[in-house]
Design a protein around this ligand. Structure first.
Ligand code: ZN
Length: 241
């Protein structure tokens, strides 16, 4: 049993029909889903699931991915096994996550290019995101350089390509090795790649926009020392006009 992860192939799909393939309490597993279950710093989607003869649409209050199955926790008793349902995500929330996620990849691509330092962690929120870097020196001058270069890259409107590569091929790409792709569990044979063409390449399971211009623009709102060689940057996205 396996859930088809529609968000992996097209992050712009916000709705799909699917069949209930397992039920556990108020949780249902579907044969296909548009709901991103969370992970890699990207928050899980929100949304609703509808089926015939329902009083009101069921809200998805939590998501869990276990093995190859995505479980949707509902706020009401679930439909019976085999029911055909329609899953719809909160698109405004998701699109915000996609813009923010791409912004973070721009940030680590630029910081790698400029200073040759790696990411140590990150987290996205609807209106902001933070990312930690193995960096010793982060002064005002560097912050300005980073912010300017990220905004330049947004304006340059690089395309973003998402594809999968066999493990051996992915491991042969130097740009991917820096993101510690070799730490992925050995049972993963196909590596999903998110490429900001000409700028950044990462093994990634998240959802992204198609062009960097969609990010709009960013500001670095906060920096913090998280240890001698660990610096935290917080960014906020400019509102879309
Ligand atoms: Zn990512």
């Amino acid at each position: 049993m396996k859930t088809k992860l529609l968000y992996h192939t097209n992050s712009f799909t916000y709705e799909c029909t699917a069949k209930v393939v397992a039920v556990d309490g108020d949780d249902i597993a579907l044969d296909a889903t548009v709901f991103y279950p969370g992970g890699g710093g990207q928050m899980a989607d929100r949304g609703t699931i509808t089926w015939p003869n329902q009083d009101y649409p069921a809200s998805v209050i939590a998501l869990h991915k276990r093995d190859n199955i995505v479980w949707h926790a509902l706020d009401c008793p679930p439909p019976p096994l085999g029911t055909e349902v329609v899953g719809t995500i909160d698109w405004d929330f998701r699109y915000q996550m996609m813009r923010t996620h791409t912004a973070l990849h721009l940030l680590c691509g630029i910081i790698w290019k400029e200073f040759g330092v790696q990411v140590t962690g990150g987290q996205m929120y609807p209106d902001r995101a933070r990312m930690d870097f193995a960096m010793e020196n982060l002064d005002r001058e560097r912050i300005t350089v980073i912010e300017d270069k990220v905004n330049e890259a947004i304006g340059a409107d690089y395309p973003i390509h998402v594809y999968t590569l066999p493990r051996e091929k992915a491991f042969a790409i130097p740009d991917l090795v820096r993101t510690k792709v070799n730490l992925l569990p050995p049972e993963i044979e196909e590596i999903r790649i998110v490429e900001i063409v000409g700028l950044d390449l990462q093994a990634d399971g998240g959802t992204h926009v198609n062009h960097t211009r969609e990010v709009g623009g960013i500001r670095i709102t906060k920096t913090e020392n998280k240890g001698r060689i660990n610096k935290r940057l917080e960014i906020a996205l400019d509102p879309l006009t």
